[in-house]
Write a protein that binds this ligand. Structure first.
Ligand code: ZN
Ligand code: MN
Length: 467
């Protein structure tokens, strides 16, 4: 592991790696950047959200830049602690030839924000640009529904020192973008990665479409470059493409044919100028960034950082936690929401927002526990049902007959019964078979309808079996 540039210890990384990222994510706007076409390209048949402007037909001129997109990009820049450039920001034409780009150039702005920071990684700059269409070589078609959708591009300094750190950084970045309510998720992410080993030549990897892809591409590239160094072969400066299906990178072009984008200011688009009142407005409307929320949760509610991170993993979950701790002890609520709630959500592959659970139901469940109307075990079972049921925790508890905490005597009697009924398991136990204990605990649970405390049950069974 490498931390903050200081090498600690890892067999994987006995070379020093430096990596910078360029991340594109779609801005969440209703219409495209320079025309009125809709942006829901995934929900409609190919080539239906199109017009002369986003097809760049002769004579078609762009509309004024979509202000919703600019506002959202500004909020993202501020949440990533960037300084805002308030001079005139021009759109440039970046020329290249590819079937997804009918105009032959992509409109890309000069930086809006610069010198930001996230998780110890410096953000060099943030700008906006338009998405190209989608060329599908296997089908021989181009779908222009996507062309002209606003993108934000975030460029970091080479402050990332391992594939693991790149993964953590990207996860946190996607979380900030989701929080900002300005960008679409990881599904629209496209990243380019720069990597160099031990101060060697810089290799750029393009075509990375997911966090996992970035991690795999960096891992692959480290091994590839290390092997070349071992064999005494010098690393060439080049651009490589990541092939997601095989998790490898392949050479695209060497430095002899460097990109020549022939940047010129777009004469069809007036430059943007971000005013003071727009910055004030954005600051007033922007949510607290997740990393700041973690710090505040630790200080304000006295919970540990790990719990705070889990609770802030989703804005809705964080908001509901703050609602819940108005009436429930914060550490107790954090424990249940971090361990049990997240466990159940994870198991069901749900995020909190799309589950049936809300703050009211969590409060009711925690109250049942606090008032000792149900056992811990019963609480764990109820929360499993809460995900899929519209019923309240109390209704679920009643339905499953889980109301009531059982007395120690009843558990002892159930344990005696379990031992009596299962001589084979008892034999196994005495021969040191550990699984037989689990079986006996299960039998006690059955006799007590799940109301016995599992740890207590193990203790009671051990006592009975050894006396
Ligand atoms: Zn259009
Ligand atoms: Mn770009």
């Amino acid at each position: 592991m490498i931390n903050g540039g200081v090498k600690i210890n890892s067999s994987e990384t006995d070379v020093n790696m430096m990596c910078g990222l360029e991340i594109h994510v779609q801005l969440d706007t209703n219409s495209k950047f320079f025309c009125d076409c809709k942006t829901n390209y995934q929900e409609v048949p190919p080539n239906t959200n199109i017009c002369p402007v986003c097809l760049n037909q002769p004579g078609a001129k762009p509309y004024p830049t979509n202000s919703q997109g600019l506002k959202k990009a500004l909020i993202i820049a501020l949440m990533l602690n960037c300084k805002i450039d308030q001079s005139l920001i021009y759109f440039l034409r970046k020329h290249y030839n590819y079937p997804d780009l009918p105009s032959g150039y992509q409109r890309t702005s000069l930086p809006i924000g610069f010198e930001g920071e996230l998780n110890g990684v410096r953000i060099r700059e943030i700008h906006v640009e338009e998405d190209p269409g989608q060329f599908k070589p296997d089908k021989g078609i181009v779908d222009f529904n996507r062309s002209g959708i606003p993108l934000v591009e975030i460029v970091t300094e080479p402050d990332i020192f391992s594939p693991e750190q790149a993964r953590t950084f990207l996860k946190e970045l996607i979380r900030v973008l989701k929080y900002s309510d300005g960008a679409r998720g990881e599904g629209t992410m496209r990243a380019d990665v720069n990597i160099s080993l031990d101060g060697g030549k810089r290799v750029e990897i393009k075509n990375i479409n997911s966090i996992k892809g970035a991690f795999k591409a960096l891992k692959f590239e480290m091994v590839r470059q290390k092997n070349l160094i071992k064999r005494g072969i010098e690393i060439q400066q080049e651009t490589r493409a990541f092939v997601e299906s095989q998790m490898i990178t392949v050479s695209m072009r060497s430095k002899e044919d460097v990109d020549d984008y022939r940047f010129i200011p777009d004469p069809d688009l007036p430059p943007i100028a971000i005013r003071d009142d727009e910055i004030v407005d954005a600051k007033n409307n922007m949510p607290e960034a997740p990393h700041n929320k973690v710090k505040r949760f630790v200080e304000q509610y006295g919970i540990d950082e790990e719990s705070a991170k889990v609770l802030t993993s989703e804005l809705e979950l964080a908001d509901d936690y703050e609602e819940i701790v108005k009436s429930i002890e914060p550490k107790f609520a954090a424990l249940w929401m971090r361990d049990e709630l997240k466990r159940v959500l994870y198991y069901n592959k749900l995020d909190y927002r799309s589950s049936n659970i809300g703050s009211d139901k969590i409060i009711q469940l925690l109250d049942l526990l606090i008032n000792k109307e149900i056992t811990t075990k019963a609480g764990q079972r109820i929360i499993e049902y809460m995900v899929e049921s519209s019923k309240t925790p109390r209704e679920i508890a009643e339905e499953l007959n889980l109301i009531g905490i059982i007395s120690d005597d009843e558990v002892v009697n159930a344990a005696k019964l379990a031992i009596e009924e299962n001589p084979e398991a008892v034999d196994d136990y005495h021969q040191g078979k550990k699984t037989s204990m689990n079986f006996l605990v299960g039998q006690v649970m059955r006799h007590t309808r799940g109301k016995a405390d599992p740890k207590e049950t193990v203790k009671i069974l051990n006592d009975l079996l050894n006396n």
